[in-house]
Design a binder for this molecule. Structure first.
Ligand code: ADP
Length: 795
């Protein structure tokens, strides 16, 4: 027996196991076998699979593998529950979410232990991080339910949503998905990951106890096939997925052209950047939280340590010393830092990638203490001498493996940080506020933590750029993912008011003098450029009169236009809102000086009549004013997060946006889409109305005289769907908007999977003349990403 004095000397401490009794009791109550939870009832267990405790390799329970019929039943239950749930007053739904939050808190210990048993993560994390954040999510979203009508006017629930989640934060991912969906009035089919279904099943019971109406939340278990059945089900209106980029890409393709709304939260290879003035002791603790939290099985794990050269050796020495002190062992031991890896297959993957790193020539280091040999454990691992292009520097390992690289200057750190197809999160460590806030916006990531890492809160949106997916979870920005425009009273004006004239009458009106031949070109990089192939197309009016010719752009022209847009992107995104606004006003002024000419052209092309053509020009001028006004007003937010500090939500331009314009409203359609994109700092490649492209080609000279920097708006006329597909396939195009046909929507959504670009593709018609339908925040949201920059303060 050690004396107190000896204990103080050695600072050793013994095991402090949390009891698993209650969790095992809950499993026993269900005889350790589960069906699905559909329409408020447990289904009979069917074809079951084992759920294993990865810390012991012992089975915990058997869970039913969902079939297509199970998914059908769940969708039917969710559909039946939709109208009454959506129809509830916001306050009533707020009470339900509040009840869920309370239910979580009442059962907090059971959920924490069950999660720990099922996933292998430490009880310290499930008890102090996962479960409290789950409760916080439901509380926060009870608030959005309460405020829905006043804060989201004109929007309503999407309908039945399918949600597919991974195993790394089983209950927390459930909360991130379910809370906003419920707050907005949707009903749900959720599939937990096959490795970790237990807390979702326990949650179903808690939700039932809390009085959530039957069918509002349905839990269907299973593997990838079950997930695919949800994704492909016609009765599902939206898919929200968190998981690997690989499966995200499959889902993007599977839903293409279906009209299903999609949000994807995918992988990452997030940089953790340390400058030479950083407080290194804080950095060491930050690294522990960044990569050894949850055994590194975190999509936003700071898995690439980028260190300024002069301090690299000192930091690595400190890190190794700290790693020697990390404790790894039974997840239920309250004193361990690290628990088990989720499953043998994941353990093998980590081992394989580490071996690959060693084979590639990097230096691998692990602490001297031994890992438990029973169960799925892997020690914290540190790589140095890593090449930025090596596999371990590029591929997401999803384990406790950190790779270190060095840089010399801040510019080099940004280049290294962005040298990844992902863009989920980043940490920036420096004592210089100037440097931190200079670097944060330059990193392509949805979340940036300053002198901190892995901070999450329901009030702050989380989500990625590029191959890390699109959409945000949490905060106001996350609510939009579960809402759609309600269409009360909006009737598309397209197709009406066509007062077609006789060709002969127009000819007479134009007089006897033949017009000087004007064959327009394309507009690329601020210049009128001849099309690659030199083909032109005759443009006819609806009554068959020739109104002009327009060039047929091709793949090469698109490539040139993308290059021009990329070249202009950096400078334009840094222009001030005031400056961008001034240019939009200038375009409006120059367009207004030629309003009659444009109205005449529109009328000639579309034969909508002089009055409607003039209305279109006037609306275009007004629309330019709208976005000139917005250019310095589309502010972000400062979120109230429960830390000493702030989370700054910045609206950032997406980058290069491809825009395929609707057929109707040849001028107004183009301006309604290009103006918000450039007002917010994007550069664009625009495919104008294919049947009526001449308003766009006339517009070149307006752009030329309005100080629009070269490359900010590029215009390529031609076959809309072929050009849109090329744009959607292009890896340097960061978002694609498409207003055309259903087939075209499918084409664009499929092609966009190459770099997982954000799409806004639809065959829905709009009344572009109507300000409610044709302009406003919806367009500004589509033009921007929200980046949350967390800045803690105090000593
Ligand atoms: P991870 O790498 O995190 O395991 P996955 O993307 O493999 O991520 O799995 C995340 C979730 O997606 C799990 O619930 C899994 O069952 C589900 N899933 C896997 N394949 C598919 C698929 N083809 N369609 C839909 N869901 C799938």
């Amino acid at each position: 027996m050690a004396t107190v004095a000896e204990i103080f000397q050695s600072m050793e401490y013994g095991p402090a196991p949390e009891s698993e009794k209650e969790a095992l009791g809950w499993l026993a109550k269900h005889e350790r076998v589960f069906g699905h939870f559909i329409g408020g009832e447990w289904t009979e267990p069917g074809d079951v699979f084992d759920v294993i405790n990865p810390a012991t390799n012992q089975p915990l329970a058997r869970v039913t593998n969902g079939t297509a019929a199970d998914v059908d039943a769940a969708v039917a239950a969710a559909r039946a529950a939709l109208a009454p749930w959506k129809g509830l007053a916001g306050h009533a739904r707020a009470r339900h979410l509040y009840a869920l939050a309370r239910g979580i808190q009442k059962h907090a210990r059971l959920l924490a232990v069950l999660e720990s048993l099922d996933n292998g993560k430490s009880i310290r994390e499930t008890r102090d991080i996962d479960v409290p954040l789950v409760a916080r999510h439901f509380y926060h979203h009870a608030g959005w339910a309460q405020l829905l009508d006043s804060e989201f006017p004109g929007y309503e629930a999407i309908g039945v949503v399918g949600q597919i989640i991974p195993w790394n934060f089983p209950l927390l991912m459930l909360a991130w998905k379910i809370a906003p969906a419920l707050a907005a009035g949707n009903t749900i089919i959720l599939k937990p990951a096959e490795f970790t279904p237990l807390t979702a099943l326990c949650f179903a019971e808690i939700a039932d106890e809390a009085g959530i109406p039957a069918g509002v939340i349905n839990i269907v278990n299973g593997h990838g096939d079950t997930g695919a059945a949800i994704v492909n089900h016609d009765g599902v209106d939206k898919i929200a997925f968190t998981g690997s980029t690989e499966v995200g890409r499959i889902i993007r393709k599977a839903t293409a052209g279906s009209g299903k709304k999609l949000s994807l939260e995918l992988g990452g290879k997030s940089p953790f950047i340390v400058y030479d003035d950083a407080d290194l002791d804080s950095v060491v603790e930050g690294v522990v939280d960044a990569i050894w939290f949850n055994q590194g099985q975190v999509c936003c794990a700071g898995s690439r340590l980028l260190v300024q050269e002069g301090i690299a050796d000192r930091l690595v020495a400190k890190l190794r010393a700290r790693m020697e002190k990390l404790r790894l062992g039974s997840p239920l031991d309250k004193a361990v830092d690290m628990g088990a890896i989720v499953a043998p297959v994941q353990l093998e993957r980590i081992r394989g990638l580490v071996k690959h790193g060693v084979d590639e020539g990097a230096t691998m280091w692990q602490p001297t203490w031994a890992c438990p040999t029973e169960g799925c454990f892997y020690p914290p691992t540190l790589f140095t001498d890593v090449q930025p292009s090596s596999t371990i520097a590029q591929v997401e390992i999803f384990g406790p493996v950190l790779v270190t690289m060095t840089f010399r200057t801040p510019d080099e750190s940004v280049a290294l940080a962005n040298n990844t197809p992902y863009g989920l999160a980043a940490s920036v460590w420096t004592e210089s506020i100037n440097l931190a806030l200079d670097i944060a916006p330059k990193i392509k990531a949805g979340v940036v933590w300053v002198n901190s890492t892995n901070l999450f809160d329901a009030a702050a949106g989380f989500g990625g750029y590029r191959e890390s997916g699109f959409g945000r979870e949490g905060g106001r920005e996350g609510m939009w993912e579960y809402l759609k425009r309600s269409h009360d009273g909006l009737t598309p004006v397209v197709g009406v008011a066509r007062t077609s004239r006789k060709a002969s009458s127009r000819k007479a009106a134009r007089g006897a003098m033949p017009a000087i031949d004007r064959t327009p070109k394309l507009f690329i990089g601020g210049k009128q450029a001849r099309p690659d192939q030199g083909y032109t197309k005759r443009i006819l009016s609806p009554s068959g009169e020739i109104v002009g010719e327009s060039p047929e752009g091709n793949r090469k022209d698109i490539r040139n236009a993308v290059e021009a847009a990329q070249a202009a992107a950096g400078k334009w995104s840094r222009a001030t809102g005031h400056n961008r606004g001034q240019i939009l006003y200038y375009i409006a002024e120059n367009l207004s000086a030629r309003a009659d000419e444009f109205a005449d052209r529109i009328d000639a092309m579309t034969e909508v009549g002089a009055k409607l053509a003039r209305m279109e020009v006037d609306a275009s001028i007004s629309r330019l004013f709208t976005y000139a006004a917005w250019a310095d007003k589309y502010d972000g937010a400062v979120h109230s997060v429960p830390i000493r500090g702030v989370s700054i939500a910045m609206n950032e331009p997406i980058g290069v946006i491809g825009i395929a314009c609707p057929d109707a409203f040849p001028l107004l359609g183009l301006i309604s889409l290009a103006a918000p994109a450039i007002a917010t700092g994007n550069t664009t490649i625009v495919i104008p109305s294919a049947p009526h492209p001449l308003a766009a080609t006339d517009f070149y000279s307006v752009l030329e005289t309005s100080d629009v920097p070269d490359g900010v708006i590029n215009i390529v006329t031609g076959d809309r769907d072929a050009l849109a597909k090329t744009l959607a396939e292009h890896d340097d195009v960061e978002a694609m908007w498409y207003f055309g046909t259903r087939d075209g929507t499918r084409l664009v959504e499929l092609a966009s999977a190459s770099n997982m670009k954000r799409t806004w593709a639809t065959w829905e018609e709009r009344n572009w003349l109507d300000a409610e339908d044709g302009e406003g925040r919806e367009f500004l949201r589509a033009s921007t990403h929200v980046k949350n920059i967390w800045v803690p303060y105090g000593e």
